[in-house]
Design a protein around this ligand. Structure first.
Ligand SMILES: *Cc1c(COP(=O)(O)O)cnc(C)c1O
Length: 416
């Protein structure tokens, strides 16, 4: 279901016109559809029905409290990568026992806080982290539940910046050292070895690499069982891609079917999956306004009021994201535009060579901007971060105010 459809030439989010949203909250502004979020989350839940499972939404894709709250009410678990993200999900009332903490560089204070609230599992990414976590748990008189994040060395055929399961990536423990690492963990008194984790990359549009990774995990699980190390949980990470342009990514159902076919419905393992982009990516757009139209030598530039500080994916990954007018223009000639932001960097573009009929003041929407949009935004050029709005059928709710200027230098001081 696409919640962003046109009515009489005007783009809507569910039953709310995006012109109305822009009027109410200004631009740039992220707009998310509740129905789309819920629909995607439900697809995972349903695909895993009948199987002991937990769908842990990856908070880093979009950590807005309004978004987290919607998912929390549906029974979501959460995958967090920092103490900040842990506090976010606790702030919407999520139960700590549904939280998984991943990340390559967890600090001791982060471990302590996570142990204190009683999270479900730490995903441990190195031998060194095993020692550190064991020591922290010991100092608190607690046992830390852990999974080891195994790096299966598969190439997911995605952008190199978002591939995480190659043998020279910084993530996880190489599969070849897995057995040894589990032996080490088993010998530690303040760790409880419960599972195995892997996450091979993001925006994956084919299942092959997922399948390969799952087979590696299965091999390792079998080798562990021979040594009497029996795990109860398998966490296969996130990474399922979405359609930005013409990709045809597998559905959550297809991804989960693969999981079930590798491990068997009756394997007894609790299946954990950590989708981020696949849940929220297509559920959001970035609304922006055309400020200036100008011509360089051979190129035409449309300078909009959103920049790489608001949405960095095009600049960082050369990601292609569709840009569409909120109101279809008549009587204006369409031509190819470089859609750029106002920031002092040549990488500050949102789209290149886009055929659009534009006038200054027009509203545009960047599609599929729900994931890694706001969450990667910054204040570069002392730009307040965008407002965020959730649409629910015919209603709209502000879920994050546009930042005010004084807030941007709050906590900064001049010398005495
Ligand atoms: C980023 C991340 C995810 C989510 O990735 P998506 O591609 O957004 O699904 C899941 N698990 C871990 C460990 C991650 O780092």
């Amino acid at each position: 279901m696409d919640p962003f459809l046109r009515r009489d030439g005007i783009l809507f989010a569910e039953d709310v016109s995006l012109e109305e949203v822009a009027l109410c909250y200004g631009t740039p502004c992220y707009v998310y559809s509740r129905a789309a979020l819920e629909g995607r989350f439900r697809a995972y839940q349903e695909a895993l029905q009948g199987q002991k499972h937990l769908v842990c939404y990856a908070v880093k894709a979009n950590g807005n409290l309004g978004v987290l709250d919607i998912l929390c009410r549906m029974g979501a678990g959460f995958d967090v990568v920092s103490i900040g993200e842990l506090e976010r999900v606790l702030a919407v009332g999520a139960k700590a026992e549904k939280v998984i903490f991943t990340g390559t560089g967890k600090r001791e204070d982060e471990m302590r806080r996570a142990l204190e609230v009683g999270i479900r599992c730490f995903s441990v990414e190195s031998e060194s982290e095993l020692y550190r976590l064991n020591a922290v748990a010991k100092s608190m008189g607690k046992k830390a539940p852990i999974a080891l994040r195994i790096n299966p060395d598969v190439n997911p055929q995605t952008h190199p910046y978002i591939a995480t399961g190659l043998k020279d990536s910084k993530f996880g423990i190489p599969a070849a050292r897995g057995l040894e690492a589990y032996r080490l963990a088993r010998g530690m008194d303040f760790l409880e070895v419960v599972g195995m984790d892997c996450h091979i990359g993001s925006q994956l549009t084919e299942l092959d690499a997922f399948g390969e990774a799952l087979l590696r995990l299965k091999e390792l699980l079998e080798a562990l069982a021979l040594e009497g190390i029996h795990l109860r949980m398998v966490d296969v990470g996130g990474g399922l891609g979405i359609r930005y342009r013409d990709e045809e990514p597998p559905s959550p159902d297809a991804h989960m079917s693969l999981l079930k076919s590798v491990f068997g419905v009756s394997s007894g393992y609790e299946m954990v999956v950590e989708p981020g982009r696949a849940i929220v990516g297509n559920a959001g757009v970035l609304l922006m306004r055309v400020e200036v139209l100008k011509q360089a030598d051979a190129l035409y530039f449309a300078v909009v009021d959103a920049g790489m500080n608001d949405l960095i994916r095009p600049a960082l990954y050369e990601a292609w994201m569709d840009i569409v007018p909120v109101r279809e223009r008549e009587g204006v000639e369409a031509r190819l535009w470089e859609v750029v932001g106002p920031i002092c960097e040549s990488t500050d573009f949102l789209g290149k060579g886009r055929r659009l009929a534009l006038q200054e003041g027009d509203l545009l929407a960047v599609c599929s901007a729900g994931a890694y949009g706001f969450s990667m935004s910054s204040n570069y050029n002392t730009r307040p971060r965008a407002a965020e709005v959730v649409v629910d059928k015919g209603r709209h709710f502000l879920v994050r105010e546009r930042e005010s200027l004084p807030k941007l230098w709050e906590g900064e001081y001049r010398l005495p």
